[in-house]
Design a protein around this ligand. Structure first.
Ligand SMILES: [Mn+2]
Length: 351
């Protein structure tokens, strides 16, 4: 199986964290395939070193430096830079078959059986199920296919501005031609789907093998309290993720990825995302209350990182107000409207 590989892409240090956790999750579930990380030029050296510890191959993709068709294409369509970087996975021709997984996915089980599928196999997109979601897909590296993809992309652009639009236009018969190329949804379960069809999640969610943290808020944008093992984030964010998957991500990150990062970053400071205990010299009066609603901005060596603490619980909120918030997409997924509470409510109806 040395000629088959899982492939991911990290364009910066944040996405590198995702790639590190993804790689570890695949290793934890004892994959027999190689692991390849494509990285962009902005990934810093310590992050590259950590990726090399986890991945068999870390390959720099600098489209501006490639001197190939992609470079020429990019001069005409500079907006498609990241898309071209991802399409670069087709040039990994020392592998006969690969499974691409976004850096914002997490393997919950061994998924080596995906290599039984053919190009291009992928799961439906929850927003438009006649399109596939390009977060997880099976492909065959080929310079010929790569060239055609770049050409098509340059001529027609991307209907959604990203790689998913390009790939769906290129593999345009995916929806109808061969059902074997439809991966079951459990290989690319997006958090959005959990809330849009909760009874289905209740029925099938336990079989999930890959979770995809779709949306603007990524796991690494939250912060983590190692002591209480809780993830903190903005509960107003519509894409707030299923807390238990988010916890699994942070569990791998804090237990195995972070120690590796500390080793390789050495004295060079970096943002861990872990809430450090307050210095004893600071008096509590100078701190906002534990559940202050305001944004706390922390400056780490010139880079600003925004922590958004959980707003206070509102036991007094009326059910009408709550319904209104829910309908505006402002469900309190981490609190009142957490999956546990929803499940309890559903159970009370079903019993
Ligand atoms: Mn993604």
């Amino acid at each position: 199986m040395a000629d088959q590989a899982f492939v991911t892409l990290a364009t910066n240090d944040n996405y590198s964290k995702g790639a590190m956790v993804l790689g570890k999750s695949l290793r934890n579930h004892k994959t027999s395939r190689k692991l390849v990380a494509l990285i962009g030029p902005h990934v810093t050296e310590p992050a590259r070193e950590v990726l090399r510890k986890i991945y068999d191959e870390v390959r720099l993709v600098d489209v501006l430096d490639s001197g190939d068709t992609a470079h020429l294409a990019l001069m005409k369509r500079p907006d498609l830079g990241v898309t071209f970087t991802k399409l670069h996975c087709w040039t990994l021709t020392h592998y006969s078959k690969c499974v691409f997984m976004d850096a914002d996915t997490l393997a919950l089980a061994n998924v080596d059986e995906l290599f039984d599928r053919e190009e291009l196999s992928a799961a439906p997109d929850p927003g438009w199920p006649d399109c596939f979601n390009s977060g997880v897909f099976v492909f065959r590296p080929s310079n010929e296919t790569y060239g055609k993809l770049i050409q098509r992309c340059t001529e027609n652009g991307s209907f959604d501005g990203g790689d998913q639009g390009v790939l769906n236009s290129f593999f345009s018969n995916w929806a109808t031609q061969d059902i074997a190329k439809h991966l079951p949804f459990i290989y690319n379960l997006s958090s959005i789907a959990i809330y849009s069809y909760l009874p289905a999640f209740k029925q099938y969610g336990g079989d999930a093998k890959v979770v995809h943290f779709l949306g603007k808020m990524k796991p690494w944008n939250y912060s983590y309290d190692a002591k209480s093992r809780t993830v903190k984030g903005d509960s107003q964010d519509q894409s707030t993720l299923h807390p238990s998957y988010l916890l699994q991500w942070w569990d791998i990150y804090s237990s195995v990825v972070l120690p590796l990062m500390k080793e390789h970053y050495g004295n060079q400071p970096f943002y861990t995302g872990i809430d450090e205990p307050k210095q004893p010299s600071e008096t509590p009066h100078h701190h906002p209350p534990a559940h202050d609603h305001c944004r706390q901005e922390e400056i780490h060596h010139g880079v600003s990182h925004i922590h958004v603490s959980m707003p206070p619980q509102h036991p007094s909120i009326s059910s009408e107000e709550r319904k209104q918030k829910w309908e505006q997409g402002q469900a309190d997924y981490m609190g009142m409207d957490s999956f546990d509470n929803i499940q309890r409510k559903l159970d009370s109806f079903l019993n």
